[in-house]
Design a binder for this molecule. Structure first.
Ligand code: IVH
Length: 709
């Protein structure tokens, strides 16, 4: 490169035009030098030369502040640590994908898509197949063609502001030509294998711990508070998705959009293809699988997406994943090791789960020393249908094959029969609870043995409390799972049930022996804990419902219930009614999306138990419950209950249901006094009759569209 970039003209005597031209030239030279230094590890300038160019560049900017744009190199590298990351609310949520492992799950997925869209069984549906990059997803927001904000996925709704760090990534354009006014490009930030090795070597030279894998290294680099450190780590990027685009999205297919990202200057993955059938998808999956080891970066599967964006919109989402896409993961990684012991864990519903204690072994880069054994029959090698699926039972002392797939808990798969020690005995599953000694019973047709100790079982009570304080429920910082056993057994300040958490500060005030004087606490940590508890006293309705620990009622179901009932009082009353056997309420619950007999029975059983009811009352008395976000209320069908019957011709039943729910209506499966509209297609029978009997408004599919359009 040219060394004559900083002629001896004093900066003050440069005209605005000259300053701009020299600033640009210097910027290019410095960027090139950065690339050589950071990416190629082959610097062509000495440090002194680099510094001289850099100084001149900054002097010009100081004299001509208009040149200091966010793309300026001085904003990219060398910015001071920013303290904590700010939060960014995503304009469009960043969702995750459902997973498939077996080929049949892919065929099922394609079948589901066809059915939902009302297509013939063999009708072609164009889908993209693209590598699933194992990095971390990011959303890059461009305003007027300039990178304005870059954020991590976070919890999908709110991410962290990593703009300064993203600006150090050379592959990501700072400025776009011909982009819409608002454009959010999404994709994966990752590290190549080679750069990962180089970073780890440097870590070691500096006496720092190495990263476990490229993903961790990429995440650690992007979430660096000091962008200078990020700049030393040559992060890369693949664009594959988008968020907000205004005024208009320029292409109408997934493949078209990705191609357009390429035209705008973003790296896109060259292994993306468009397929027409499940067979073609699977063939591409195998091709990519075969290339996996030589790609130079980590992938953990192949993502299939419906190509046509209009069809994507019709398909919509279930919970947090799109119906129009799925991630086909590569097979899990396996290793052999010795089973040292079998522990029994007691869950919050009393389920006894056997856990394998293993000689630590590395499975796909992660050290594993615990693995699940699922249940009693699994240890014996008997499946849910009573069939033997493994020749050997699993015994302590056995050499076992352990499998880890993605983020799921590792499991013991099989036994190496030849290595079984002569004295190994079949495992005797306990018939009493290891925590409370109550009988552990296995009900007819159930795979799981459960402790019958209920409220008297400390293990169950502790698990319920763990669930309540966990991040996704009440998220009480400072009262993590590790501290709960301490409080459970503390004679002065026991926490035995959820309400006790919220009376802690008050009870502490009345105690002689204060929490701050106890081992493991101090004035500050006690105060922090009380503050965190105070901060959790106001809870959204769905989190409260999830906190109750009702079987089958996790986050998603809790959200459905919260939206349907709006307030705690109306949810509570419905739950009590269903516990009292009220058929109408059962009906009402049954008509909610994703709620069926298992949930309703569990809800009824929970609220039928007076001790549960009392416990819930004590908890709710301590809380301020926020009403659930109301479903859409500004549409003609908002709040109405609709029944679809007969065959629909413009859309499938699932689609009709999803559409009505999007518009704030409740979709019911049967006609009652509470039904507002019945949309009847050809062949409608008894439901139509009943609607007429009850005087419910009946309309055709066309009339329905007319109403909602
Ligand atoms: S699409 C609404 N495409 O996988 C769907 N994701 O489990 C948006 N990922 O969080 C994601 N490669 O971090 C999509 N080609 C690809 C991907 C991909 C990797 C990651 C991404 C996402 C996760 C979903």
């Amino acid at each position: 490169m040219s060394r004559s970039l900083s002629p001896a003209v004093p900066v003050e005597s440069l005209s605005a035009e000259e300053a701009r031209a020299e600033h640009e030239r210097l910027g290019e030279a410095l960027a090139e030098a950065d690339r050589q230094y950071y990416q190629d590890d082959a610097p062509t300038l000495t440090d002194a030369e680099y510094d001289a160019l850099r100084r001149r560049y900054e002097e010009i900017e100081a004299a001509h502040p208009a040149l200091r744009t966010p793309e300026s190199l001085s904003e990219r590298v060398g910015a001071a640590p920013s303290g904590k990351f700010g939060k960014v609310a995503h304009a469009v949520p960043m969702l995750s994908l459902g997973n498939a492992f077996a080929d049949e799950e892919v065929t099922d997925f394609v079948g589901r898509v066809r059915r939902f869209l009302g297509l013939e069984a063999e009708a072609p549906v164009a889908m993209t197949a693209e590598p699933k990059i194992d990095g971390l997803s990011c959303s890059l927001r461009y305003l007027g063609g300039r990178l304005a904000v870059a954020a991590t996925r976070g919890d999908g709704a709110v991410g962290e502001d990593v703009t300064a760090n993203i600006r150090t990534i050379h592959e990501i354009p700072q400025v776009l030509q011909g982009a819409p006014e608002v454009l959010e490009v999404r994709g994966e930030v990752y590290l190549s294998h080679e750069d990962f090795r180089r970073i780890n070597a440097r870590q070691e030279e500096r006496g720092l711990p190495p990263f476990a894998n490229p993903r961790n290294a990429a995440a650690g680099s992007l979430r660096q508070l000091d962008p200078r450190i990020t700049a030393e780590r040559p992060l890369r990027f693949f664009a594959y998705a988008w968020g907000e685009i205004a005024p208009a999205r320029p292409r109408d297919t997934q493949s078209g959009m990705v191609k357009w990202f390429g035209e705008l200057g973003f790296p896109t993955n060259s292994l993306t293809v468009v397929c027409e059938s499940a067979e073609e998808l699977l063939a591409h999956y195998r091709r990519i699988g075969a290339m996996r080891a030589t790609l130079g970066y980590d992938i953990d599967g192949v993502v299939y997406k419906v190509d046509d964006l209009a069809l994507q919109a019709r398909l919509g989402f279930v919970s947090r994943s799109p119906r129009w896409a799925i991630a086909h993961k590569f097979a899990a990684e396996k290793a052999t090791t010795i089973l040292d012991a079998i522990d029994i864990q007691v869950g919050r519903t009393g389920a006894l789960t056997p856990v394998a204690k293993l000689r630590p072994v590395t499975v796909g880069g992660v050290v594993v020393s615990n693995a699940t054994l699922h249940n009693e029959d699994y240890i014996k090698g008997i499946g849910t249908d009573g069939e033997r699926f493994r020749e050997q039972d699993i015994r302590v002392g056995d050499t076992v094959i352990v499998q880890r797939a993605g983020d799921v808990i590792p499991q013991v798969l099989d036994v190496v029969a030849e290595k079984r020690p002569a004295d190994a005995r079949p495992y005797a599953f306990p018939s009493t609870c290891p925590a409370c000694g109550s009988p552990a019973i296995r009900e007819e047709g159930e795979a799981v043995r459960r402790c019958t100790g209920g409220f008297a079982c400390s293990a169950q009570a502790l698990e319920r409390l763990r669930h309540v304080v966990s991040r996704r429920v009440l998220d009480i910082e400072g009262l993590g799972a590790e501290r709960l056993p301490f409080f459970y057994d503390d004679p002065d300040l026991p926490i035995r049930e959820p309400a006790d958490i919220f009376t802690l500060a008050q009870r502490d005030g009345a105690n002689l022996k204060k929490l701050k004087d106890k081992e493991g606490f101090g004035a500050l940590s006690a105060k922090n804990l009380f503050d965190a508890i105070e901060a959790s006293r106001t809870v959204p309705l769905d989190r409260l419902i999830a906190a109750l620990g009702i079987r089958h009622v996790g986050e998603t179901t809790a959200r459905v219930l919260a939206r349907a009932y709006g307030t705690w009082q109306s949810f509570h009353d419905a739950a009590v009614r269903v516990a009292d056997g009220d058929a109408d309420t059962r009906h009402e619950l049954d008509s909610l999306d994703q709620i069926g007999d298992a949930v309703i029975d569990a809800l009824a059983a929970y609220f039928a138990e007076p001790r549960n009811r009392a416990m819930v009352e004590r908890l709710v008395a301590e809380l301020t419950v926020q009403e659930a976000e109301k479903p859409k209320s500004d549409t003609p069908v908002a709040g109405k209950t609709v029944v679809f019957t007969g065959s629909l011709e413009k859309m499938t039943r699932d689609e009709a249901k999803a559409m009505a729910e999007r518009l704030g209506a409740k979709v019911a499966g049967s006609v009652s006094k509470k039904t507002d509209y019945v949309v009847a297609g050809p062949g409608a029978g008894s439901k139509l009759d009943k609607a007429r009997d009850l005087g419910v408004i009946v309309m055709t599919e066309d009339e329905w569209f007319e109403l909602v359009k």
